[in-house]
Design a protein around this ligand. Structure first.
Ligand code: ATP
Ligand code: MG
Length: 256
């Protein structure tokens, strides 16, 4: 049975997609069977996996509204050996259409149940909002991975996310836990980042992943080649950090 993880943070541009794509590639490199679900109408995880979002016959949108099955829409990420359930702008409409459908927050969970035995990991890249799409992700998942930059406002945003996760846990998905907080785009030369990192460790203890992802330009360049950073330049500091993170995840979920 696949373990399902949401990569979520309602703040924009904090490294969710970069984390989702590189974790998928890292886990695939560890011989794990991985499905990456792009749950963001921006389609960044789709493009970053080398799948052309403009040419999709069907996508996660059709899956959510019940017009297609996951296994008919998933496509291989050729460079890295995982599958992608792709997304594009169509998904923006799902937000409105889902409102009128039955069990609107459980559509993704129900769809993924059909492929649970085909994968070891299913990773869900969420959009930057606590929307119905993100709620579908949180209801489908066993755990949440929260990438965050160590900046002042990051801590404030975190309390909204933690509250939402608590509510989903209490009302909709008793399985849901925070797996961990991942410090990304980290620059140790900046005193403020070091201070926020210390505060995170103080408040969240071992919920903070040991691995720290550094700011690294190779990770930012990779998507324009349709490649995860791990495949684009495996020797870069960013790629090595994500590979280390993949190994830490595998260890951490053994304890779940
Ligand atoms: P959105 O909220 O829009 O979905 P996101 O949270 O998914 O954004 P990303 O798209 O992963 O964030 O990252 C935002 C930008 O920062 C991208 O241009 C990405 O290439 C860059 N980036 C992410 N991680 C790093 C890193 N460790 N070092 C340098 N650049 C990074
Ligand atoms: Mg994103």
């Amino acid at each position: 049975m696949a373990k399902i993880f949401c990569i979520a943070n309602q703040k924009g541009g904090v490294g969710k997609t970069t984390t989702a794509v590189n974790l998928a590639a890292g886990l695939a490199g560890l011989e794990q069977r991985v499905l990456l679900v792009d749950l963001d109408p921006q389609g960044n995880a789709t493009m970053g996996s080398g799948v052309e979002k403009a040419k999709l016959k069907s996508s996660v949108y059709q899956v959510l509204i019940g017009l297609a099955a996951v296994k008919d829409c998933a496509q291989p990420c050729e460079s890295s050996g995982y599958d992608v359930l792709p997304a594009n702008r169509d998904l923006a409409g799902a937000e409105i259409e889902l409102v009128d459908l039955d069990s609107r927050e459980l559509r993704l969970k129900e769809a993924l149940a059909q492929v649970a035995n085909d994968y070891d990991f299913i990773l869900i890249d969420c959009p930057p909002a606590l929307s119905l799409l993100t709620l579908n992700g949180l209801c489908a998942a066993n755990g949440v991975i929260v990438p965050m930059q160590c900046e002042y406002f990051a801590l404030e945003g975190l309390s909204d996310l933690v509250n939402t996760i608590k509510q989903v846990h209490a009302n909709l998905n008793p399985d849901l836990v925070i797996i961990g907080l991942l410090r990304v785009m980290f620059d140790p030369r900046m005193t403020l980042q070091q201070q926020v990192s210390d505060q995170l460790l103080e408040h969240f203890g071992d919920k903070v992943f040991k691995t720290i992802i550094p700011r690294n330009v190779r990770l930012a360049e990779a998507p324009s080649y349709g490649l995860p950073g791990v495949a684009f330049d495996g020797a870069s500091r960013g790629a090595k950090a994500y590979l280390e993170f993949g190994a830490e995840m595998v260890e951490r979920i053994k304890q779940m």
